[in-house]
Design a protein around this ligand. Structure first.
Ligand code: N01
Length: 541
């Protein structure tokens, strides 16, 4: 007869969340012969792309780099668009599932709620919402930076008689928005994409904007399958993937060698034109002069050029001034610019209004619509595109307790602390992906998670070979990483924006750097160095 604890299943590795990070880690660790499972809260794979199926949801990284960098995966899958939409990303996840026989190791509708470290076994005991328990040696939350949505506490929300939807939990069956009077609150990436997708067919659309989004033209393109195939055969995909590990943000391009005022005004104008109009995408952000995010005067040049490009597209001067104000609300590029296709044309339609929440804040939502200082707008549907308790919220919402019994949320109450954005002292054998203090929101997602999965794979292999069953980041390693995080962040213009990059979007949340602003190559180097010299940054047993 077995005891109750013997009945609890035991794994080598338990991964939480079935997105890019999980798939990459699962695939590698399984090849080591480890017993690995993924627990996914949703009923299908895709991570962020499973939950955020709002109209127009689309990735802002271009083909080929928004996929796992594996020839066996890309050889028979080609994206149809340069920037893939959520439907195509779902198709991609299905492709990977089949190719790697993923499904046998994923349990869907399995919501991990809490975990405690068992010191006697050197294992985590993980509990799910369905009451089930699992022991695992290695515990890997791969839930990313946007697993906890944010709904502002607007007075009267429960009174509204129409429908309210949050973009981050969009109904899987879709919503009929045609010929409806719609309000969209929020103009981050989710808001911009929703607005440009639904605006034309709405009978009336009211946009509630608190801060203008410095949107960049996406320059979307339909891809030719035969042409992409040729590129794959010529090694261009592999070349692009390799390049991603060498650039600041894990893209195929990087900041220029030049500073803004190294160029004459004419040269600068030509350079800006090339990045903004010809290249499109994030080129105007991540491929620009290297002082752009550090020097206010340089930053003004980028803002003004961008502003003029918007003014040309928005004929109504009132709308234009709201979307691209003369006085820049925050330095260029210090909040995430969204990529748009026809946002400025949609906003210019006569049945689309913008309410400026800076001058006319929302007073309440009532039975028929939204009341601001300037008056009432009656609507059928309210869309909350109000974002996330980003970066830290995902992990901190799980009830994972350290060796002293404290949760992550309690540990981070006075400030987020991690070792290299992948581990936390006193949470032994726990690695997290695409979370706080890693390149995360400053990087192409697949680049970042593959770097982390690769490192986890190497470390777990080596620990198993060395007979080490308990691996805990040293306190000094966390302190050192914190010092380096601050050094990079406070040297830049990023602290000047009220952004979710530093937790400033959530009332009461500590404002602090949440993403590693030192670039991908330095991050990779740090990870690699941390296990050299007899695991110098770790306590091992
Ligand atoms: O969220 P956001 P998001 N009253 O936080 C406003 C990734 N993502 O879901 O700017 C009124 O950016 C808030 O105003 P302000 C991507 O990394 C990627 O759009 O704080 N308004 C802001 O306008 C992205 O950057 C993709 O002043 C309120 C908006 O709501 C990240 O997720 C697609 C408010 C929130 O914008 C987050 O994007 C989607 C209030 N009380 C998401 N509170 C792609 O790759 C907040 N707001 C395409």
């Amino acid at each position: 007869m077995g005891s109750a604890s013997e009945a609890i299943p035991e794994l080598d590795v338990l991964i939480v969340g079935a997105g890019f990070g999980a798939f990459s880690t699962l695939h590698k660790l399984r090849q080591q012969g480890l017993n690995v499972k993924v627990y996914e809260k949703g009923s299908a794979s895709g991570g962020i792309w499973y939950w955020n199926q709002y109209p127009g949801a689309r990735v802002d990284s271009d083909t080929p780099i928004y996929q796992l960098f594996e020839p066996e995966l890309y050889k028979d899958f080609t994206f149809r668009e340069r920037y893939a939409g959520w439907r195509e990303l779902k198709r991609y996840f299905n492709h990977v599932e089949k190719k790697w026989d993923i499904v046998k190791d994923v349990e869907y509708n399995k919501n991990v709620e809490s975990a405690t470290w068992d010191e006697s076994r050197h294992q985590w005991l993980v509990e799910c919402a369905d009451g089930s328990e699992t022991y695992c040696r290695w515990f890997i939350p791969a839930i990313g930076f946007a697993a906890k949505r944010y709904t502002p506490p607007i007075k009267g929300m429960g009174e509204f008689k129409g429908d309210i939807y949050h973009t981050a939990v969009w109904p899987q069956w879709g919503v009929n928005l045609k010929k409806k009077r719609i309000a969209v609150i929020g103009t981050g990436a989710s808001g911009i994409q929703t607005i440009q997708e639904i605006g034309k067919d709405a009978s009336h659309l009211t946009i509630y904007q608190r801060t203008p989004n410095y949107c960049l033209p996406m320059n979307q393109k339909i891809l030719d399958e035969a042409e992409e195939q040729k590129k794959k055969e010529a090694g261009e995909y592999d070349k692009a993937f390799k390049k991603c590990y060498t650039t600041f943000a894990g893209f195929t391009y990087d900041f220029s060698e030049k500073n803004t005022f190294d160029d004459t005004p004419e040269e600068r104008e030509a350079f800006f034109h090339k990045l903004l109009i010809e290249e499109g995408g994030f080129h105007y952000w991540l491929n620009t002069y290297k002082d752009m995010l550090y020097d206010e005067k340089a930053n003004d040049e980028a803002y003004n050029y961008w502003r003029n490009s918007v003014l040309k597209r928005v004929p109504d001067p009132k709308k234009a001034e709201l979307l691209a104000p003369k006085n820049k609300p925050h330095p260029w590029g210090t909040k995430r610019p969204s990529l748009e296709q026809n946002f400025y044309e949609v906003v210019s339609l006569p049945h689309v209004d913008i309410v400026d929440l800076q001058t006319s804040p929302i007073e309440e939502i009532n039975e028929t619509g939204i009341k601001t200082k300037d008056g009432q707008v009656d609507v059928d549907i309210i869309i909350l595109a109000t974002g996330f308790d980003a970066v830290t919220g995902s992990l901190a919402q799980l009830n994972i307790r350290d060796t002293d019994g404290k949760t992550i949320k309690e540990r981070w109450a006075d400030g987020t602390r991690t070792s290299m954005g992948i581990a936390i002292t006193k949470f032994p054998n726990l690695f997290f992906l695409y979370g706080p203090q890693a390149p995360t929101a400053f990087s192409n997602g697949p680049t970042c998670v593959q770097v982390q999965a690769e490192w986890i794979d190497k470390v777990v292999k080596r620990l198993n070979q060395d007979g080490i069953t308990r691996f805990d980041a040293k306190e000094e390693a966390m302190q050192d990483w914190q010092r380096r995080m601050n050094e990079k962040w406070y040297n830049s213009l990023f602290p000047k924006a009220k952004s979710w990059y530093q937790g400033a979007n959530i009332p009461g949340k500590k404002v602090e750097p949440l993403n590693w602003a030192g670039g991908m190559p330095a991050y990779i180097e740090t990870l690699n160095k941390s296990v050299e010299n007899n695991y110098q940054d770790w306590n091992t047993n």
